[in-house]
Design a binder for this molecule. Structure first.
Ligand SMILES: [Cu+2]
Length: 141
């Protein structure tokens, strides 16, 4: 009986050890999982902030001529905005009164300015070009 009791105690100890190892491993795996998911979240945040950094400088191509801007509705992300004049024919300007922007347009030129989010009207201030259609809307997001 003493031998049998010893075997039962030994088996009990082994069972307890196995349960202990199982619980320990389970917790260990949970920790590994949580750590991994935290790292994934961190990487996603890094990617998003990198994308928003790139979006801070946005270039838009326009064309201008008698008597139009193409496109005449522009949506960009601020605060720094760069306009590239892909093509201009005739003598025209790009004016935004609220921002103090006034540029004499030439094919291939680029100009930049900063703007808070909002809706701005741009136009050409030469002669009656604005009335003839050289007017548009700039939406800064
Ligand atoms: Cu004009």
């Amino acid at each position: 009986m003493i031998k049998n009791t010893g075997i039962i105690v030994a088996l009990g100890v082994i069972v307890l050890l196995l349960v202990g190892i199982y619980v320990f491993k389970g917790k260990g795996n949970q920790n590994v999982f949580m750590t991994t998911s935290n790292q994934e979240v961190g990487e996603n945040v890094d990617k998003e902030s990198a994308e928003s950094d790139q979006a801070e400088i946005e270039m838009v191509e326009i064309r201008s001529g008698n008597y139009f801007f193409e496109p005449n509705e522009i949506t960009v992300k601020g605060p720094k905005i760069t306009i590239k004049v892909a093509e201009n024919s005739g003598i025209h300007t790009f004016v935004i009164d609220e921002l103090g922007v006034k540029e004499n347009l030439k094919s291939g030129m680029e100009f930049s300015f900063e703007a808070e989010p909002g809706i701005y009207t741009f136009y050409c201030d030469i002669g009656n070009h604005r009335q003839l259609g050289m007017e548009g809307t700039l939406v800064v997001e």
